[in-house]
Design a protein around this ligand. Sequence first.
Ligand code: MN
Length: 242
Amino acid sequence: MRLVAAKKTDPGRVREGNEDGYLVDDRMGLFAVADGMGGHQAGEVASATALEALRAAVASGEPIRDAIDRANEAVLERSAGDERLRGMGTTMTAGTLAAGGTLLLGHVGDSRAYLARDGELTQVTEDHSLVEEMVRRGELTPEQAEVHPRRSVITRALGIEPGVEVDLYPVELHEGDRMLLCSDGLTTMIRAEEIAAILRGEPDPQRAANTLVEAANAAGGEDNITVLVIDVTGDDAGPAGA
Ligand code: MN
């Protein structure tokens, strides 16, 4: 089994900067999206700091849960050392490919992972957001959540306190599967049905990633948009697979 990952990040049509970040490391089988927050570019520092710490931890053999904990500590340390970065934080949705073809996802915040299999799109992760918690308690319908004025308020992030709770989702990958990791700049702009249609309609992963970002921008592009489209292919029989 081999994973082929395409990535695309875009500031959107409203924001000045891009506080999203991503990480694709084919060699380690590591894929991550982080959506930073905090004033004066601090969000950019938060996502970049978290992703770098994640990479280092996975490279030194730590499992994804512990690696995300390292990322949390790194953001906390960085903001404690610089007054301008106080209060910054970031989401993190990250997967490592384990032997046997399982992608182990660790997740904090409201970025998302989806699995497209046999033409069906399934949301793998649960948002740590105010509106999603209200939906789970039956206080809002999913339709109300989509247009709620406070839909971008998240209830869990890296960089807020030590010992962050990380949700884990093992995904057993099959040949032909397609994973999508994305920031909320995609999912607050276009609906799951549209995402599913684009993933079905664009066999090339890079074109799919580009088209998703174009669709979010066409719908307003109110936030930074980041997408990773990861295709699960058969073993590479070519010389590069040796
Ligand atoms: Mn965002």
